[in-house]
Ligand binder design. Structure first.
Ligand code: TYD
Length: 218
């Protein structure tokens, strides 16, 4: 089973991904947690390039770099893990590309990106995507606690409004996959909602991904 976590910077998705990974491990499920961009040697190198505030990166080049990092991660880690019966948790997956490069940078049409993203992932689609939705103001306040903003975080408020609007559009288009969660709620409350949903998914034994749906315990 493949599960992804999405949302604008500062929404708290990394915390939720980690909490779910710990909960699944504790329940005896073999679990792989990866973050994007990253998770392989090549992808971590690409991550450094993408986030470096000193680099000037053309928006379409940015799209290709995020996608290259994802491709390597799918082939090297996600696909083998799914085939081995792991539950794979992705801290961001291709919806980030649709939201940030498609919505935020406006480099490509969403329909084109939908097709492109599936080619990049060799057809792998998350069974479930948790979209941690938070108003921009709250996300910005959370981020102000970090002093050094990376290259992506330096974008203006209008950019992040477009990113958030694109997530909203995706959630409306794919309600059976993308679950919107109110990310202003308490961390534990959000985690319990996710855990209840994941247990239900596990009982139904995976749904519509083209990956090997089955996940097994140790
Ligand atoms: P991330 O490590 O999730 O940053 P944070 O933990 O601060 O949210 O992601 C790095 C940045 O890259 C983030 O600003 C979102 C952006 N991004 C894209 O623009 N496109 C993509 O396809 C991905 C995966 C991330």
């Amino acid at each position: 089973m493949l599960i992804s976590f999405e949302g604008i910077d500062g929404c708290g998705k990394s915390t939720q991904a980690r909490l779910l990974a710990e909960r699944l491990e504790a329940a005896g499920y073999r679990t792989l947690l990866v973050r994007e961009p990253g998770g392989t040697e090549l992808s971590e190198h690409i991550r450094q390039l993408l986030l470096d505030p000193a680099l000037d990166v053309d928006p379409f080049a940015e799209l290709l770099l995020f996608s290259a990092a994802r491709r390597q991660l799918v082939v090297q880690r996600i696909r083998p893990a799914l085939q081995g019966g792991y539950i794979v948790l992705c801290d961001r997956f291709y919806d980030s590309t649709t939201a940030y490069q498609g919505g935020g940078r406006q480099v490509a049409e969403l329909d084109w990106l939908r097709d492109f993203n599936l080619r990049v992932t060799a057809g792998f689609t998350p069974h479930r995507t948790y979209w941690l939705d938070v108003p921009l103001e709250i996300a910005l306040n959370r981020r102000r606690r970090t002093t050094n903003l990376d290259r992506m975080e330096q974008a203006d408020a209008a950019f992040f409004e477009r990113v958030r609007a694109t997530y909203a559009r995706l959630a409306a288009e794919e309600p059976e996959r993308i679950l919107r969660l109110d990310a202003t709620a308490r961390i534990e409350t959000i985690h319990e909602t996710i855990w209840t949903d994941v247990q239900r998914l596990l009982q139904h034994g995976g749904t519509h991904s083209s990956g090997s749906g089955s996940s097994s315990r140790h």
